[in-house]
Write a protein that binds this ligand. Sequence first.
Ligand code: DGL
Length: 236
Amino acid sequence: MSNQPIGIFDSGIGGMFVLNKCASLMPNERFIYLADSAYMPYGTKHSEVIKRAAYRCADMLFAMNCKAILVACNTATENAIDGIRTLYPDKIVVGLEPAIRPALRDLQSGYIVALVTPATYSSQKFGNIVQSAPDRIVALPSERLASLVECGDDDNIEREVVSLLSPHSGASAIVLGCSHYSYIRPIIESRYGGMAIYDGGDGAAARLLYRLKENGLTAAHGARGKIDFYSTVKCI
Ligand code: DGL
């Protein structure tokens, strides 16, 4: 048992969708959510810059005595999670992966569209997943979508989603391969009703709980859940 907090970070608000799933699944836990607003967006940055930003978030959260961290960002997971695990070999570090494998498992035919950021698209980890079924996965990177979601620009969000997905209205499923994209789920549901939607957030929350149980680090039964929010700020 441990009443230490769990740290969750993303470049901005996207990881809050994952936080929400974690808080529902683990209502007795204390969470610290860190939005790395100073470095948002991650998805258009070079892998080395993403790594530095993600390591800094991990440093901050472990300095706040977190017993585990969840990287609630596909871009940071694909580019930096191995490095975080090397820096903190004794800690629990869980990532957020695009839910392509579950989609492939469920759907026997048709193809899957994975919406991702450019930095996820060009990462080796993601490339390996796509290469596992290249004729069944179409990966679509967007330069703008995460930033539009971050600032709540609903008109342009809808325009971007339509321009990305309209050529693929025959796809069997959409994988939301960026935590910010959970926000566009209602648009997909209303415009492309027949498509299944996959989001890695449930899997990440379940994996976090599994790792805490495995290490005897879940909160004491009856402990009071709590969420604290932090954000980094741009200095220039
Ligand atoms: N939310 C992040 C992800 O899951 C990326 C957003 C950004 O570009 O900063 O990939």
